[in-house]
Design a protein around this ligand. Structure first.
Ligand code: C5P
Length: 399
C-alpha cells in the first residue's frame, strides 16, 4: 500500500513574526488532525505574536523557540528535527525571514532548520503588499524557487493595516493541499497524467433554471486529491464546487453541462495516462435553451429532452479508462455490461440506495470489477480510502 497523504508524516512547522502567525495555529491543528506529527519551530518575533503554548497544546509536542535553550530538542542535536522532517513548512514567512533564507543565514530556529534539512521546503509569505511586491522580496523568492523551495502565493484582500492588496497568508486548505502534493511527489503515480471528472452536470432550461442530479462530487474530488497525493499531474473536470485543499496543485476545469464536460475531457485526455469518470453525467438535456426566463403563463409545461452523448464511451483516447456505475438493482450484471459497452478497463459499482453509500455520503461501499471479470467487493469506507483502493488497482493497469 502506498503512503497516503499526511498520516504518519513528520512536518516541521516554522512560524515567523507576522500577525498571520495566529493562522498557523489552524494549519498546525489541521495537520495533526490529518495524522501528521508536527514540530513547531518559532522565531523570536513569532513568539511575540502567538504563545508557543498554543502550538504545544495543538500538536502535543514541545515547541522550539531558542537555538540555545538547553531543554530544547534543537540544542541537543540542532539538526535532529531537520533530519527527521518529511517536509518543512514555513507559515507565515515574513519578508525578513525570506531574505535571511535566501542568504543562507541560520541565526534563529527556523532558518537553522531550513539550512539543515534535506526535506522539501514550502514557504507561505504573508506581509503588507508593498513589502511583498518590493524587488528585494521578489528576488529573494525567485532565488528560493530556483533552489527548489515551493511558494504558496499569498492571497489578495484586507490586510492587517486596513489596506486592501496582496499579502494575506494563503488559505489554510491551500497550504495543506500543497504540503500533501509536495509529500507525494515521488509517489507511485509520479510522472503520470490523470484526468478525473466529478459532480452532477447541470443542464440549463433557461438563465435561472436547470436540471441536475444528486451527485455531490465528493467521490471524484477524493480521487483527484488521492492521485495528486501520489504524484500524478491531475486535471479535474468538475461540475461541483471545489475547496482549496482539493484544488491545491490540481488543474481544475469547472464545467456545468455534459457538453462542456465532454469538450474539457476530450481536450485533457489527449496526453493522459488515465481517465477516471466519477461524474454523474445527465443522460438528457433540454432540447432547447430559452435565453429568457420562461414565464408561468401555462397550467402545464412540457419540457422536451434530448440524449446527451456518452462521454466515456465516445472519448478518443489511449488512456486507461475507469468508469462508475451507480445502480439500484442487479449491481454486478449492470456494471459488467457497462464496462464492456464503454470499453473500460475497470468499473466501480455502487448501490446508491444502500446505507453509507452513494450520493452526498462521506463513505462509499463499492464493488470493483475489471476487464478480466475479477469482482472485488470492498467494505464501506471513507471516500478518500475508496479513492486509494481504486488507484491501487489503476497503478497495476498502467503501461
Ligand atoms: O451508463 P451510466 O450512466 O450508468 O454510466 C456511468 C459511467 O459512464 C460513469 O463513469 C459516467 O461518468 C459515465 N457517463 C458518461 N457520459 C454519459 C453518461 C455516463 O461518460 N453521458
Amino acid at each position: 500500500m502506498s503512503v497516503r497523504g499526511l498520516a504518519g508524516r513528520n512536518i516541521v512547522l516554522g512560524v515567523s513574526g507576522s500577525i498571520a502567525a495566529y493562522k498557523a495555529a489552524d494549519v498546525a491543528s489541521r495537520l495533526v488532525q490529518a495524522g501528521a506529527t508536527v514540530d513547531t519551530v518559532m522565531t523570536p518575533s513569532a513568539i511575540r505574536f502567538v504563545a508557543p503554548l498554543t502550538f504545544q497544546s495543538l500538536t502535543h509536542r514541545p515547541v522550539v523557540t531558542d537555538l540555545f535553550d538547553p531543554r530544547s530538542e534543537l540544542s541537543i542535536d540542532h539538526v535532529a528535527l531537520a533530519r527527521r522532517a518529511d517536509a518543512v513548512l514555513i507559515a507565515p514567512a515574513t519578508a525578513d525571514l525570506l531574505s535571511r533564507m535566501a542568504h543562507g543565514l541560520a541565526d534563529d530556529p527556523v532558518t537553522a532548520t531550513v539550512l539543515a534539512t534535506a526535506a522539501p521546503v514550502i514557504v507561505c509569505p504573508a506581509m503588507e503588499s508593498h513589502m511583498y511586491r518590493h524587488p528585494a522580496t521578489q528576488e529573494n523568492l525567485e532565488r528560493l524557487v530556483q533552489r527548489g523551495v515551493r511558494v504558496v502565493e499569498p492571497a489578495a484582500g484586507r490586510l492587517a493595516s486596513g489596506q486592501h492588496g496582496i499579502g494575506r497568508l494563503a488559505d489554510p486548505g491551500l497550504i495543506i493541499g500543497t504540503v500533501r502534493q509536495v509529500l507525494g511527489r515521488n509517489g507511485d503515480l509520479s510522472g503520470r497524467r490523470v484526468v478525473v471528472t466529478a459532480g452532477g452536470t447541470r443542464e440549463a432550461i433557461d438563465p435561472v433554471r436547470y436540471i441536475t442530479n444528486r451527485s455531490s462530487g465528493k467521490m471524484g474530488h477524493a480521487l483527484a486529491e488521492a492521485a495528486r497525493d501520489r504524484g500524478a499531474a491531475v486535471v479535474l473536470v468538475t461540475a461541483a464546487p471545489v475547496g482549496p485543499e482539493t484544488a491545491a496543485g490540481i488543474d481544475v476545469r469547472p464545467v456545468s453541462s455534459a457538453l462542456e464536460m465532454m469538450a474539457e475531457v476530450q481536450a485533457a485526455v489527449e496526453r493522459a495516462d488515465a481517465l477516471i469518470m466519477a461524474a454523474a453525467v445527465a443522460d438528457y438535456r433540454p432540447a432547447a435553451f430559452s435565453s429568457h426566463k420562461v414565464k408561468k403563463t401555462q397550467d402545464q409545461w412540457e419540457l422536451r429532452m434530448v440524449r446527451n452523448p456518452d462521454i466515456l464511451a465516445s472519448v478518443r483516447t489511449t488512456a486507461v479508462k475507469v468508469g462508475f456505475a451507480a445502480e439500484t438493482q442487479d449491481l454486478r450484471e449492470n456494471a459488467l455490461a457497462k464496462l464492456k459497452a464503454k470499453g473500460l478497463h475497470m468499473i466501480v459499482a455502487n448501490d446508491v440506495t444502500a446505507p453509507g453509500s452513494g450520493f452526498e455520503s462521506d463513505t462509499n461501499q463499492v464493488t470493483i470489477i475489471d476487464r478480466s471479470g475479477r469482482v472485488e467487493e470492498l467494505p464501506s469506507l471513507p471516500k478518500m480510502d475508496v479513492a486509494h483502493e481504486i488507484l491501487d488497482r489503476l497503478v497495476t493497469l498502467l503501461p
